[in-house]
Design a protein around this ligand. Sequence first.
Ligand code: GRF
Length: 230
Amino acid sequence: MQKYAVFISGNGSNLQAIIDSQNKGEIKAELALVISSNPKAFGLKRAEKAGIKFLVFDPDNYTNRQSVDRDIIIVLKEYKIDFIVLAGYMRLLTPYFIKHYPNKIINVHPSLLPSFKGASGIKDAFTYGVKQTGVTVHFVNEKMDNGPIIMQDTVKINEEDTLETLEEKIHRVEHRIYPQAVALFAEDRLKVKGRCVMVADKSGKVDAKASADPAKTYVPARTMKLKDLL
Ligand code: GRF
């Protein structure tokens, strides 16, 4: 069974959704470690309550980003971590880190990428006045909020929405789809070709029609290109 780590910096509600899904037996991998950049992150309490080992790497104790990442990598190797789930981790990983885990790091972003990248995706979409925004789960590459997209789901913004109600709606969607993405990753069902991520069925076949799994809804509509992709 693969082992994974969740990286957090704050509330950790996505971590909680993953823990809950894990406890229901939906994720076939071991959540072996929680790493936080913030010693005061509420998510650490969630990890503790769930009995998951957690560690803090406070950037204030380091002189540069790479030395933080170097220490984290040492620990990840020690714990034999196979993949990494970023859940509100408010630090940009260095290229040095990402090179150690190519296509092994996923992130959840609270907008429909490539719109509204950055740390305030919900607010930026709200103030821009878009009628729909959403949630993106994607692989992490060296550019911010740029890697191949695994899943997206939309959220409507109505006239009566406030920033707060929109945040609630976004988080609800995150908590639903992020554990699903982690589960697919754990089962090695995310197949990356260039920018395109296909979801394989349980037998490992990438064929939307053959898949009886709800995850098939996330297979891009471009299935006619599948044979070229594989
Ligand atoms: C989420 O909105 C996530 O999309 C973004 O940071 C937020 C983290 O929230 N990357 P939480 O700490 O999981 O509650």
